[in-house]
Write a protein that binds this ligand. Structure first.
Ligand code: PMV
Length: 311
């Protein structure tokens, strides 16, 4: 039996604009994980058992549009092997919330198969396979989720359509506390990415200007993190949130949580990921984090995670 895991991730700055070639910053969330187990099966074929989804899928009889089926087939093709297998998956990562749950589950499966068959694939190769499955969830994914999860490091990411993406792992000069509040609203990224695409098609100049503003915020945040000027992060989150509002991907529930977090002492907050639901992140002084968490839970957040980024 072979087991592999993969972490969740959170985007700090730059979502949506990253689909249009601007930089974004994302970090792994090591405490949230997906796990996959691969073992030999006596009957013919490959059976995937997804415990959390209460699904059993026989790969040979299933639609390639299913992400679990697709990552299994792509990984076995890449490894050039076939066998009778049972693959079990489970995950602590909430679905459709901006934690990269889909990419983490696919990465865990690809890693477990890779390990089972002799470990010949590199993290970059696994990331590329997971990217293929991400297309099923996102339509036009930037590739940031699969990259951060495959490398499990903070990443500055720039998507290129004509050449290889720029993937720059970076170190934080000083760790900081991040509060991550889930709105409890599942919002598929594919929908908001599609809506932004429609807006951009109709009002290209306005959207391009917003993407430029977001790119500028990301550059400033990257510089601040590298120098340990963490006190700039709250203001940068606030500016990024205003730009996301202008793209039409915020929601009343997100704005309400940002206000409550701010009143409880957070220095700035923004949505993270596709928007309209999912997560809201806050930069807070460590000693305030638990007070902010309590206030957010009181205001209806379905869960609130306090984590240290860059430790
Ligand atoms: O919802 P998430 O965390 O998977 O992130 C989506 C990020 C977007 O920039 C909106 C889309 C993408 O593919 O990068």
């Amino acid at each position: 039996m072979t087991v592999a895991t993969a972490c969740g991730k959170i985007i700090l700055f730059g979502e949506h604009a990253v689909v249009y070639g601007r930089p974004a910053l994302a970090v792994p969330l090591s405490q949230l994980r997906a796990r996959a187990t691969v073992e030999a099966r006596e009957q013919a074929g490959i059976l995937i058992h997804a415990r959390d989804l209460q699904r059993e899928i026989l790969v040979e009889r299933s639609d390639v549009q299913d992400a679990l089926v697709r990552i299994t087939r792509l990984t076995l093709e890449k490894l050039g092997v076939s066998d009778n297998l049972r693959i079990s998956v489970e995950s602590d990562i909430p679905l459709a919330s901006g934690f990269g749950s889909g990419a983490a589950i696919s990465t865990a499966i690809a890693r477990a198969l890779n390990r089972y068959f002799g470990n010949s694939l590199t993290p970059a190769e696994i990331s590329a396979l997971v990217y293929e499955t991400e297309k099923l969830y996102h339509g036009t994914p930037s590739g940031i989720d699969n990259t951060v999860i495959a490398y499990e490091q903070p990443i500055r990411f720039v998507r290129h359509t004509e050449s290889a993406n720029e993937i720059t792992p970076f170190a934080m000069a000083r760790p900081f506390a991040l509060v991550v509040a889930n709105t409890g609203i599942a919002s598929p990224t594919k929908i908001t990415v599609g809506d932004v695409r429609r807006g951009w098609t109709q009002e290209t100049a306005r959207y391009e200007a917003i993407f430029d503003a977001i790119g500028q915020i990301v550059d400033e945040a990257h510089e601040a993190l590298g120098r340990g000027e963490n006190e700039r992060l709250g203001e940068l989150m606030h500016r990024n949130q205003l730009a996301l509002q202008a793209l039409g991907v915020s929601a009343r529930e997100i704005e309400d949580l940002i206000e409550v977090g701010g009143r409880a002492g957070a220095e700035g907050g923004k949505l993270s990921g596709g928007g309209r639901g999912g997560n809201v992140i806050f930069y807070v002084q460590e000693e305030r984090a638990h007070e902010v968490r309590r206030a957010l839970l009181g205001a209806g957040a379905s869960s609130v995670l306090v984590t240290t980024v860059g430790a």
